[in-house]
Design a protein around this ligand. Structure first.
Ligand code: ADP
Length: 393
């Protein structure tokens, strides 16, 4: 695939690699330096031939980064798949008119091994040049071709990498789209379901069904919102909208929201807010959802236990805690559970856990400049703690 007709496709293949005008990279520089030293030439280059110019991804012994294509040896070299060797350019009709041959540096010797793209186009060359006319020994030519193959493998890795990044982006965009489109219908089911739970005159069964719909919809909405905020945080776009919030009121509203479920399960939900918790500037929606996630987990793992939402001053921060008397979390898993898709294998409900709730919690707390961690509670259970600095830098 080297003929003129393919020139448009060849240039498209080069552009697909998005390598033109990029910074130097060790792998290519190593190959070019080795080519110069093995062939014993003052000049070596990795060239890539764009429409009008040849650009040097890597070079030894040349002060510039590109030259016009019509002034290049490589334009000829890429027309064949074999290494082009020009012992004396001043005696070669194809090259004797080139400026670099006629004037300084008065190049004489050229050997260029065409570099093939992963999809089979000759993109440029690995070439060595000298101001003296000379020849390459067989081992030198073999080495030049081996180095050219190393460059080709490096380009293949580059292509695979680009493809992975593209697929990853596509996957993220698709998830965001689905999640985003789910959010509004779920959010509109919820008030209707809640309304039914408060409606008088319904049979016990209908009430239980309404309660079921409500809690499943709440869980679905939490998952959707967590996913949306995790992907926002990954794009560095999770920016808290902070307003002054009375900590005791925030905790009370979380407790009130979960009280019915706790009572229904036979558990207790208590508040323990110190006087000094006071007011703190935070994104009430985000931190409420963090506390809801933690409370939801506590209710899941300690259904009939005592769960306490706590708050107190802690130096320049406010410390918020959610404590349960459930099974606790093994010490070895305590840091990992805040990472995406991590759950404690073998723990109750592990099969239904997606390992996203605590990731959202960590990202939301970190977006506030705070920290989140978990300790064991004596005699049993877990205490999740998070800090939110009172004044943010
Ligand atoms: P999900 O979003 O699926 O609820 P999380 O990220 O909230 O997952 O939790 C990750 C894992 O941490 C859970 O699978 C569970 O093993 C463990 N975990 C979280 N909270 C508690 C808790 N209060 N008690 C015991 N284990 C917990």
């Amino acid at each position: 695939m080297t003929g003129r007709d393919d020139e448009g496709a060849r240039i498209a293949a080069l552009h697909r690699l998005a390598i033109l005008d990029t910074e130097p990279e060790r792998a290519y520089d190593d190959a070019v330096e080795l080519a110069a030293s093995i062939c014993g030439t003052p000049i070596a280059m990795m060239t890539l031939l764009d429409g009008q110019r040849q650009w040097f991804k890597s070079k030894v012994g040349v002060p510039f980064d590109e030259t016009p294509r019509e002034q290049s040896f490589c334009t000829q070299a890429i027309l064949s798949d074999d290494t082009l060797i020009v012992p004396d350019a001043s005696a070669d009709d194809r090259f004797k008119e080139l400026l670099v041959v006629q004037y300084a540096p008065s190049l004489r010797f050229y050997a260029g091994a065409p570099i093939k793209s992963p999809d089979g186009f000759n993109l440029g060359t690995l070439c060595v040049l000298d101001v003296q006319s000379r020849a390459l020994s067989k081992p030198q030519q073999d080495a030049l071709e081996a180095l050219r193959r190393m460059i080709e493998r490096q380009l293949e890795l580059r292509r695979v990498n680009l493809e992975l990044v593209r697929l990853e982006r596509q996957k993220r965009e698709l998830t965001e789209l689905v999640v985003h489109d789910l959010k509004n219908p779920i959010a509109s089911i919820l008030p209707n379901a809640r309304y039914l739970t408060r409606t008088t005159g319904l049979s016990e069964n209908a009430k239980m069904a309404a309660q079921d719909i409500t809690s499943s919809t709440e869980a679905m909405l939490r998952l959707v919102l967590n996913l949306l905020d995790i992907s926002r945080a990954e794009d560095a776009a999770l920016v808290p909208k902070c307003t002054p919030v009375v900590v005791a009121e925030l905790l009370e509203s979380v407790r009130a929201g979960a009280a019915a479920r706790a009572a229904e399960q036979g558990g207790t939900l208590a508040l323990d807010v110190a006087e000094d918790a006071g007011t703190v500037s935070l994104d009430a929606d985000l931190i409420r959802r963090v506390l809801e996630n933690l409370t939801d987990n506590a209710l899941k793992y300690a259904p009939r236990g005592t769960i306490t939402l706590g708050a107190r001053a802690d130096g320049d921060s406010v410390l918020l805690t959610v404590a349960d008397d459930g099974p606790g979390i093994p010490a070895a898993a305590r840091a990992a559970i805040f990472e995406k898709y991590t759950r404690v294998e073998g723990a109750p409900h592990a099969d239904r856990s997606r390992g996203l709730g605590l990731t959202f919690c960590r990202l939301a707390v970190e977006a506030h400049g705070g920290r989140i961690w978990v300790d064991e509670r004596t005699p049993r259970g877990s205490v999740f703690s998070l800090t939110v600095p009172r004044a943010r830098a």
